[in-house]
Design a protein around this ligand. Structure first.
Ligand code: SF4
Length: 273
């Protein structure tokens, strides 16, 4: 960890607080360009859960629009029907223009999730993140779904906690998602020198022990909007005053020790695009 890491963390936390207070990262406005899609994600925990399944290998905006567009094509968003209509879900996802690049695996994940929510949570996805549950328990429950690994679970927990205001215990046990944008920012700012899930999460815990997951959205946005792989815009970046600017580092590039993770190899793009 570089000497400026605490300042980088402070800037990330300030940015995150600004986003939350301005509403820029609220579910009502930031996930997609489609107001109807945002509204569905916001009012329906089942649509949110399905959106989490969509967030792989495509842009964030496209992913979060997925549940709404799927509901339009199906003519409903009823979990009990979705649970048993995999061929219809598959056809709806794959019809041109396809709603996702993984049109073969996503229907299985969506229908499996619908069955699990129906069978284990009485059809109410909100029971997965019942208010007052511990972060680790919610993470464990999300991890049990086909198509949700540690990365998506960490992202989902942080969105629920910070942007939907779901009360949870154990914020200190939260984590940043091992995402390409987050990793790039952590490496280039000097928050960590090693590109592994453990190193990234440990770096977040070191600089923000009370709630490491709080760094997630701000780091992701910095990576997406300024700290781009080829042409980082350091002059305009929120982290510029403290960043080590190790721009030769990239998650697909050189200068860092790299992870050998199946999560990474199965997800060529960021979970959030
Ligand atoms: S864009 Fe530049 S200043 Fe911002 S995080 Fe990346 S390397 Fe640092």
């Amino acid at each position: 960890m570089g000497p400026a890491a605490p300042r980088v963390a402070r800037l990330l936390l300030d940015f995150g607080e600004e986003l939350a207070s301005s509403g820029a990262a609220q579910a009502g406005g930031a996930f997609t360009d489609l107001p109807e899609a945002d509204a569905l994600i916001k009012r329906s925990p089942e649509a949110f859960l399905t959106g989490v399944l969509f967030t792989q290998g495509i842009s964030a905006e496209r992913a979060w629009a997925g549940p709404y567009l799927l509901s339009q094509r199906l003519g409903h968003f009823e979990l009990e029907r979705i649970a048993h209509e995999e061929p219809l879900v598959a056809a709806a996802l794959a019809s041109p223009p396809a709603l996702h690049r993984f049109v073969h695996t996503l229907p299985r994940w969506i229908c499996s999730a619908a069955r699990r929510v129906t069978d284990e949570y009485g059809g109410a996805a909100a029971c997965i993140w019942e208010p007052g549950s511990h972060v680790l328990e919610i993470t464990r429950r999300l991890n049990a779904f086909d198509g949700i690994g540690e990365k998506k679970a960490a992202m989902a927990v942080e969105i629920l906690r910070r942007h939907f205001g779901v009360p949870m215990m154990g914020a200190e046990c939260g984590s940043v998602a091992y995402d390409v944008h987050v990793r790039r920012v952590f490496l280039r700012t000097g928050l960590t020198d090693v590109d592994t899930p453990e190193a990234i999460r440990e770096a977040a815990r070191r600089v923000c022990p009370e709630a490491p997951g709080t760094l997630d959205l701000a780091a992701w946005l910095v990576g997406r909007d300024w700290c781009r792989p080829r042409d980082p815009r350091c002059d305009a970046c929120r982290l510029a005053p403290a960043c080590a600017r190790l721009t030769g580092r990239d998650v697909e590039g050189v200068g860092v020790r790299r992870a050998q993770s199946s999560e990474r190899s199965s997800s060529p793009e960021s979970s959030l695009g």
